[in-house]
Design a protein around this ligand. Sequence first.
Ligand SMILES: Nc1ncnc2c1ncn2[C@@H]1O[C@H](COP(=O)(O)OP(=O)(O)OP(=O)(O)O)[C@@H](O)[C@H]1O
Ligand SMILES: O=C(O)c1ccc[n+]([C@@H]2O[C@H](COP(=O)([O-])O)[C@@H](O)[C@H]2O)c1
Length: 190
Amino acid sequence: MKKIGIMGGTFNPPHIGHLIMANEVFHTLELDEIRFMPNAIPPHKEHSITATSTQRLKMTEFAIKQNEHFKIEPIEINEGGVSYSFDTISKLVESEPDVQFYFIIGGDMIDSLHTWYRIEELVKIVQFVGVGRPGTLGKTTLPMMYVDAPLIDLSSTFLRNRLSNGQTVTYLLPESVETYIRKEGLYGTK
Ligand SMILES: Nc1ncnc2c1ncn2[C@@H]1O[C@H](COP(=O)(O)OP(=O)(O)OP(=O)(O)O)[C@@H](O)[C@H]1O
Ligand SMILES: O=C(O)c1ccc[n+]([C@@H]2O[C@H](COP(=O)([O-])O)[C@@H](O)[C@H]2O)c1
């Protein structure tokens, strides 16, 4: 059976926190590949999304380009609307029955996992893999496999603020992603 990691996110923008956690899980669980899956409309996010789906997809493509084991899963962007993981994972499991999917999440998502849409059914069709995140408990009573990874206190929100204030983001996200952000004038960079 193939073992595929799903790294779901809003990626507004993607950063090294996402890449580090995906890579750590890839190696620890000896996965065959990791698919980065940008959502269309995230179920629980309060802030308005300041980059389009296409721009977030593009940034995610740039972010993973150097790693041959990292791929894009465009299903949620292609379908549009609110991206409920239960709906998405059900479709993936149906179309690829010979794959065990591992859904990778950080501490904040572990803490709020019990609030996800149809979560009791979702945990039966996908294995959740949790990694720590500074400022979160990273605890749940739902089935969870934990992977130890270096803690990175970094978020897309922090990067959007840095960019809109004209402050440095060097080394916090891939250079190609920063170049794209500045070319498109995202997050107040123009
Ligand atoms: N620094 C980090 N450490 C651990 N997990 C992280 C980190 N940054 C993001 N994640 C996890 O990556 C997934 C996707 O996160 P997302 O794209 O929403 O980034 P974010 O930095 O949390 O964004 P925002 O600041 O806009 O809320 C989530 O499961 C989240 O918990
Ligand atoms: O399905 C849900 O109810 C649900 C609720 C919150 C988050 N998710 C998914 O979890 C992943 C990380 O979410 P976020 O908000 O940190 O980008 C992303 O793939 C989201 O679509 C899914």
